[in-house]
Design a protein around this ligand. Structure first.
Ligand code: NAD
Length: 485
């Protein structure tokens, strides 16, 4: 199966923070893969802009190194590389001063084409960049700005960022990245729900017992310790990525697949979330092993109360979902790196097979990683002459099996999202009001923790999280799905 590639129009993409980790690991390799796929116009220009004292040649060397290291699929022929690099240039620039801005203006001036400014810098610089872009006359009606996470650390800071951006750009020009939305399976969630008649009639509290969303990582905080310790699992994963997955799972069918309709429906879900009760939220912190440091040692903060794990029960107060809880969990140093959304349907209302047949229910699992795919658990008769015994088996659709080898080359989320910016499609980006609503729901949980002064529950490296998280489900007569690779 060969996917159709529609070439993008010519564009200028300025990467502020173009020498940073994100540019190196994600943005430049993603652009190169789109170039190889024929989607980046030969007239397109990528301009790195950062404080490092580099010239075009130095930046091309930087990009060459990044691609060698992070184009892990090695899908692109080496002979494309020089052509791609020739479309890169660099400006030494200070977001907080005037150095470099005239050079950037000279580079961009006169070109009638799409202009995207990627703010791949800390949020503390968003305002400086926005102000200088406008002050130096770099904005055109075709200007787009892309902003990275974290978008604020609470409602007040998110509001301030939104207000700062709104002073210089229209909301239709702002692309807030949540790279989970660029994942192929996440978009497939919408395709499954709204492209089939099979699921939608059952997608409600009458038939769905509960939904579990898990984003589990096996690694610790690693080199991000300094940042992570100020953030924690709730801010780093729950408020944004998992909230987005919740929205796409729970939202009403939008009238059409367009930025307004989709984001309106997501916003309604967030606004319908009941405030979390303290008994419904568990936070944890991983312990060390003989060979691995515990959380506090890893971040170098002996008294840290930052959570590396959070599990919670969310309730959506609307007609579709009243009575069907959403159990959400995410954490580091767990048993495996595995992310999934599991829709657990109710048991059949009456078993004609008697008590011996046991309890069975259908579970639809959307796997985000590893092995992106969808699995539907169905109940069948256990083969053999031993009477009417039932077992659950998966109807498995691993994309790479069903769609052929091309499905193994699923584009990285950043490839999809950067091209959406160029196309001017905001559907997979968070709107300002959505981000604020998500913080509005998250802030009281943070306040609750701060007021309680309690330590997070410890959990063993390689486990499924703290015992209290297991109890959160057991209390309701349910259990978490196994975290397995
Ligand atoms: P980084 O520290 O590696 O790079 C920062 C970049 O900003 C560098 O190019 C630096 O030169 C530039 N910079 C700093 N101050 C500047 C100034 N005053 N003027 C001009 N340029 C300046 O950071 P990063 O890891 O690349 O992260 C960038 C943004 O992306 C952050 O908001 C981060 O939270 C977000 N993000 C990063 C990752 C990741 O994997 N690295 C993932 C998700 C989000």
């Amino acid at each position: 199966m060969v996917s159709r590639v529609i070439p993008a129009q010519p564009f200028d993409l300025v990467i502020f923070g173009g020498t940073g980790d994100l540019a190196r690991r994600k943005i430049l390799p993603a652009l190169f893969r789109r170039f190889c796929a024929g989607q980046m116009d030969r007239e397109a220009r990528v301009i790195g802009a950062a404080r490092a004292d580099l010239d075009d040649v130095g930046y091309r060397d930087f990009a060459r190194g990044a691609i060698a290291e992070f184009d892990v699929d090695a899908t692109c022929a080496a002979d494309h590389l020089d052509a791609f690099l020739s479309q890169l240039s660099y400006v030494t620039l200070d977001a907080r001063g005037d150095e470099g801005w005239d050079a950037l203006k000279a580079l961009l001036d006169g070109a009638e084409r799409i202009q995207a400014f990627y703010f791949s810098v800390g949020p503390g610089l968003f305002g400086d960049l926005a102000t200088r872009i406008e002050a130096h006359g770099l904005t055109t009606p075709d200007t787009r700005v892309v902003v990275e996470k974290p978008f604020g650390r609470d409602l007040a800071s998110a509001r301030a960022l939104n207000a700062e951006l709104a002073r210089h750009f229209d909301e239709t020009q702002i692309y807030r990245i949540d790279h989970y939305l660029g994942k192929e399976t996440v978009q497939n969630l919408m395709a499954i729900r709204f492209g089939n008649t099979l699921f939608e009639p059952l997608w409600n509290s009458q038939y769905v017992d509960h939904i579990q969303i898990t984003v589990a990582e096996s690694g610790g905080v690693g080199t991000r310790g300094g940042y992570y310790d100020k953030s924690g699992a709730l801010r780093d994963m729950m408020q944004n990525h998992i909230m987005q997955l919740l929205c796409l799972t729970a939202m009403e069918p939008p009238a059409k697949y367009d930025p307004h309709a989709v984001r309106d429906e997501k916003l309604k879900v967030i606004r319908a979330l009941a405030p979390a009760l303290s008994s419904d939220v568990v936070r944890g912190q991983y312990e060390g092993t003989d060979t691995l440091p515990g959380y506090r040692d890893e971040v170098g903060n002996e008294g840290s109360t930052t959570e590396s794990f959070v599990a919670l029960k969310a309730r959506i107060g609307n007609w579709r979902w009243a009575g069907t809880p959403f159990y959400l969990r995410t954490g580091k140093r767990l048993r495996a790196r595995a992310s999934e959304i599991a829709v657990v349907f109710k048991d059949a209302p009456h078993s004609i097979f008697g008590a011996d047949a046991g309890r069975h229910c259908n579970i639809l699992t959307i796997r985000l990683q590893p092995n992106e795919g969808i699995e539907m658990g169905v109940t069948i008769k256990e083969p053999g002459p031993g009477g009417m015994r039932l077992i659950d088996v998966p109807l498995d659709m691993t994309f790479s099996d069903a769609l052929g080898p091309d499905a193994n080359q699923v584009p990285d989320a950043y490839e999809r999202l950067i091209m959406d910016v160029i196309r001017g499609d905001q559907t997979l980006f968070m709107r300002g009001d959505e981000v604020e609503a998500a913080w509005e729901w998250t802030d009281p949980i943070i306040d609750m923790w701060e007021a309680s002064n309690a330590d997070p529950c410890p959990y063993a490296t390689g486990s499924s999280g703290p015992d209290d998280a297991l109890a959160l489900m057991h209390r309701d007569g349910r259990r978490w799905r196994e975290i397995k690779p």
